[in-house]
Design a protein around this ligand. Structure first.
Ligand SMILES: Cc1ncc(COP(=O)(O)OP(=O)(O)O)c(N)n1
Ligand SMILES: Cc1nc(C(=O)O)sc1CCOP(=O)(O)O
Ligand SMILES: [Mg+2]
Length: 207
């Protein structure tokens, strides 16, 4: 499966009271990957919500990943996204199997990307490219790094951090395969606007 297009990431606070409706609206507009990202430690809610997303993703033919939690991903038979402090990649690959999608946060480091590739990552993620409401303190990255990564890294490249319809085009032009977006997608007031934004993000990959 080609990893290219919009990578939608959920945020439990931002989506409170409209979780499934906004996610479905995004899927309606076209989502290559959907990441369930919930930083709480409410395991029962996390399982319930992830199962709900799995059903939606099956209907729309979208791949689901779980942020941080390889065990929950294994329980559901889906992929996982791991940051630098979320545990090593190799045991997660062994747990989830060779077909699972496993993403790795590489901040602004080509060395981390090379390591992730050698440990079996499916894609690498660089960021943060812009000011992020969701994670203001994330380390910064820039398009020069992205160009170097494009030349050196053989895996699909996800970009993240403050991405909106107004600033995403240069990232695609400099080699990004996946636009990973929270606020710039789900910060919309209506489900219709989420769908419109999802379509517009995907249109950036059309040429
Ligand atoms: C696609 C993508 N890229 C980066 C991250 C950030 O992961 P991490 O550094 O582990 O931070 P948290 O998301 O866990 O706060 C991501 N989730 N997805
Ligand atoms: C979860 C996350 N990780 C980042 C990184 O740079 O690793 S930036 C970020 C927040 C992404 O949300 P928004 O699209 O609202 O900025
Ligand atoms: Mg993490």
């Amino acid at each position: 499966m080609k990893l290219r297009g919009l990578y939608a990431i959920t945020d439990s606070q931002l989506l409170a009271g409209r979780f499934l409706s906004h996610v479905e609206a995004a899927l309606e507009g076209g989502v290559c990957l959907l990441q369930y990202r919930d930083k709480s430690d409410d395991a029962a809610r996390r399982l319930r919500e992830a199962e709900g997303l799995m059903k939606l993703c099956e209907r729309y033919g979208t791949q689901l990943l779980i942020n941080d939690d390889a065990e929950l991903a294994a329980r559901l038979g889906v992929g996982v996204h791991l940051g630098q402090t979320d545990g090593p990649l190799t045991p997660s690959r062994a747990l989830l199997g060779r077909r699972a999608i496993i993403g790795s946060t590489c901040h602004a480091s080509l060395e981390l990307a090379a390591q992730a590739a050698s440990e079996g990552a499916s894609y690498v993620a660089f960021g943060r490219f812009f000011n992020s409401v969701t994670k203001p303190g994330a380390p910064a990255a820039n398009v020069e790094l992205l160009e170097q990564a494009r030349a050196q890294v053989k895996l699909p490249i996800a970009v993240i951090g403050g991405i909106t319809l107004d600033n995403a085009a240069p990232l695609v032009a400099h080699g990004a395969d996946l636009l990973a977006v929270i606020h710039g997608l789900f910060g919309a007031d209506s489900a219709q606007e989420v769908t419109r934004r999802a379509r517009a993000f995907n249109a950036l990959f059309a040429s």
